[in-house]
Design a protein around this ligand. Structure first.
Ligand code: A3P
Length: 282
């Protein structure tokens, strides 16, 4: 595990962690606890629920919905149940009562070995890559990446996978392959679908997780987890993590040329992958 500087298109750098040929953000305290080196041996229980996402795809939103759904009661603890497998020492979540809700941006094959043995339930969330890239740029600018670069120089290296967690394309394609072969149970959710109808997607979570909450309770969870409610929470990073919460903000950022470049890259990289995304909602 070592700290590295990674440059954008014009040489503006950000600070990342490099480990085993992959790049990660510098989680607070992670250089001391070195969680990346310990991932393979992290204990996973069969009743764990693991939320898997490419960064900025709605991780906090889904973790919160799952947490309240499982708890069966509403509380004020928004954000407190956020346990990133690769970000923090296992000590911070190993003694939590079952079912634990963990989350990660790792690829399936990078997850702890016991995932394949104990088959926890995985909730996998996708989001359209244009909004992901905008959200990620804003995230990088505000958190401890030491990055002072500009959007125009960030888009290409970001989508080509130069920064933390690599390429969005590689990530989603890998999960599509995993879903064809693994017997670990996986529910796929999508940010745009949740924006369209959070209650409908919540029902899917309920079926997958086997909870038996009333429609009235599910609606209350959706309301508690609305963007406005989460942004107004007392969570320390709420103003950064809950930025805009919209589909289509990319139109305020991508130039015509960037958009054309993106569409071409998308066609090339996704030609063998039937995934489709919605970039606007009516
Ligand atoms: P924006 O930056 O586009 O606003 P993650 O949790 O994976 O880091 O994802 C963060 C993105 O999800 C941010 O997108 C954030 O605003 C959005 N988000 C978080 N909670 C949300 C909610 N309750 N409803 C809609 N979007 C939400």
């Amino acid at each position: 595990m070592e700290l590295i500087q990674v440059a954008d298109d014009v040489g503006d750098e950000m600070t990342l962690v490099s480990y085993n040929g992959r790049r990660y953000p510098l989680f607070p305290g992670s250089m001391q606890t070195r969680p990346l080196e310990k991932i393979p041996s992290v204990e996973i229980r069969s009743d764990d629920i693991i939320v898997c996402t490419f960064p900025k795809s709605g991780t906090h939103w889904v973790c919160e919905m799952v947490r309240l759904l499982v708890a069966g009661q509403l509380d004020q603890d928004i954000g407190k149940g956020f346990h990133v497998i690769e970000g923090f020492s296992e000590d911070t979540y190993k003694d939590l009562p079952s079912p634990r809700i963990l989350n990660t941006h790792l690829l399936f094959n990078e997850l702890p070995k016991q995932v394949k043995e104990n088959k926890p339930r995985i909730v996998y969330v996708t989001r359209n890559p244009k909004d992901v890239t905008v959200s990620y740029f804003n995230h990088v600018k505000k958190l401890s990446y030491n990055y002072s670069g500009e959007w125009k120089n960030f888009v290409r290296p970001s989508l080509e996978g130069k920064f933390d967690y690599g390429s969005w394309f590689d990530y989603v394609k890998d999960w599509e392959e995993v879903k064809k072969t693994t017997d670990v149970p996986i529910l796929t959710l999508n940010y745009e679908d949740m924006k369209e109808d959070a209650f409908r997607e919540m029902k899917k979570m309920q079926t997958f997780l086997g909870t038996e909450r009333s429609d009235d309770f599910l609606q209350k969870v959706c309301d508690r987890c609305s963007f406005a409610s989460m942004k107004n929470s007392k969570e320390p990073l709420s103003q950064i993590m809950y930025r805009k919460g919209e589909t289509g903000d990319w139109k305020n950022w991508f130039t015509v040329a960037q958009n054309e470049w993106f569409d071409q890259i998308y066609r090339e990289k996704m030609k063998d992958c039937p995934l489709e995304f919605r970039y606007t909602l009516k």
